[in-house]
Design a protein. Structure first.
Length: 149
């Protein structure tokens, strides 16, 4: 799996939206500033996430984007798949976009790549944006403690 810039930015935008979950829409300009994402690129990403059902939007002066479901119900794997496709490092081990290979039944490397795919997919599928947000808060708290010493 290679995470594209689009996948990275989508993940960062989702973390930002998770942090403001339940507080109303977040303007795209704020998301872009806080996450250092070019606003035009972010607009495209948020439209893809909206079409996929992960975010919703509201127009107007108090408008913006917000999560369609609680952050604890959206996994990182779901968003990465929307942005970048399968989590498999090569297509012969992909669940979603499998491409047969003439060496499939006798290739030791295929078994290795399948193990890698399974480990990465399992970790990303069990990690929600609420989990990522907790990690982020923990880092901020740790940084504050280090500054106060």
């Amino acid at each position: 799996m290679k995470l594209s810039t689009k996948g990275e930015y989508a993940s960062r935008a989702m973390v930002e939206l998770a942090a403001s979950f339940g507080q109303g829409p977040l303007p795209i300009k704020i998301i872009a500033l806080r996450q250092a994402i070019p606003q035009q690129f972010l607009e495209q990403i948020l439209l893809l996430l909206k079409r996929a059902g992960y975010v919703k939007s509201r127009k107007g002066p108090n408008g913006g984007y917000y999560l369609a479901r609680p952050p604890a119900e959206i996994t990182v794997a779901e968003v990465i798949r929307v942005m970048d496709g399968p989590l498999a490092p090569i297509n012969c081990v992909s669940v979603m976009e499998h491409e047969p290979c003439p060496l499939e039944g006798k290739c030791g490397l295929r078994l290795l790549w399948k193990e890698v795919r399974d480990m990465v997919a399992a970790h990303l599928e069990k990690t929600t944006f609420a989990d990522v947000l907790k990690r982020q808060m923990s880092l901020k708290q740790k940084k504050r403690l280090e500054k106060s010493k």
